[in-house]
Design a protein around this ligand. Sequence first.
Ligand code: ADP
Ligand code: MG
Length: 318
Amino acid sequence: MSELWVEKHRPRSVTEMRGQRAVVDRLRKYAEVGTFPHLMFAGPPGTGKTTAALALTHDVFGDSHRQNLLEMNASDERKLESIRTKVKRFARTAPLGGSTFKVIFLDEADSLIHEAQGALRRIMEKYSETCRFILSCNYSSRIIEPIQSRCAVFRFRPLSDEQSLAQIVAVAKSEGVKLEDDAAAAIVHVSLGDLRKAITALQVAAAMDNHVTRDLVYETSATAPPEVLQAYLLACREDGFQPARRRLREILDDFGLAGTDFVNQLHGELHSMEFLTGPTRLDLTELMAEIDFRLVEGGGEMLQLDAMTARICSSIGA
Ligand SMILES: Nc1ncnc2c1ncn2[C@@H]1O[C@H](COP(=O)(O)OP(=O)(O)O)[C@@H](O)[C@H]1O
Ligand SMILES: [Mg+2]
C-alpha cells in the first residue's frame, strides 16, 4: 500500500464532495465571492470536514492555496503555546496570489480544554484582520460559546448509504478493483456513513485480493456479518448458555473483535432480527448499554460477555 486511497481520492473542490448538500451550497457561495468568515465544521469522523477545509481554500486561492493555508491539529499541539507561535509566524507574511487573508485550519479543536479555548479565542481576535480560522470538531457543544459565536457553524452528517456506495464504486473503478455488488454493500454496512472507514476498508480488502467479495470485506474489516450475529442470538434462544457462549468466542476469534466491538455490532443488528419482539429489543438494548459501559470501565471481558449471554438466554431462551 504505497499511497492511501483516502488521500488520493479526496475531492479537490467543494463541488466534487458527496452529500453534505446544505454545507456544500453555502461553501460554494464563499468560493464565488472569494472570501468567508471564521468557520466551524462540526460532525462525526470521515464525513468531509478536513476535505471541505482544504477544498474551500483550493477553490478560493487556486494554485497558491498551499502557501495561504496553515494546518494544525489541536490534539497534537498539546500546548497552546505551540499553536500561538505557529500562528504568529504564519500571520507575519502577506498572503500570496492577491488575497487579503490567509487561512488557519485547526483540526480537532474540541480536544482543547476550556482554558486553552479561551486563549485560542484571543488569538483569533488578534489575527482576524489577516487570518480566517476554520475549526473542526466532532461536537460543537464542546467548543466555548465565545468561539462559536465568532464562527459560521456547519454541521456535517454521516453519508447516506447511496452516497457512500457511489464513492466506493467510483474509487474501485478508478483503482481497477473488481468489486462484487454485495461486497460494495458490505463496505457501506461496516462503515456507517464514515467515508474514511469505507475507502480504507476497500483498500485493505483489495490489498488481500483484487477481486473483492463480501466475505473478504467482513474478514478484513473486523466486523461480523449480520447472519453470524443472528446465529449467536438464535443459539441463545434455542441452544442455551454453553453453546451460545462457545459461538460468541468463535466470533471474537474469527473476526478479531474486542468485547465492545461485539456488543456494539450486535446492537447495530438488533433492528434487523425479525424474531425479536419490540419489548425484547428494548430490554436487550438496555442490557447491551450496561455491558458496554462495564467493559469500557474495565470490567473483565470474558466475564462481562458471559454475563450478557446468560441474561440474553434467560430473556429470550425457550
Ligand atoms: N463528503 C465527502 N465526499 C467525498 N469524499 C469524502 C467525503 N467525506 C470524506 N471523504 C473521503 O474520506 C476521507 C476522510 O475525510 P475527511 O474530510 O478527512 O474526514 P473528517 O470529517 O474526519 O475530517 C477523505 O480523504 C475522502 O477521501
Ligand atoms: Mg479531519
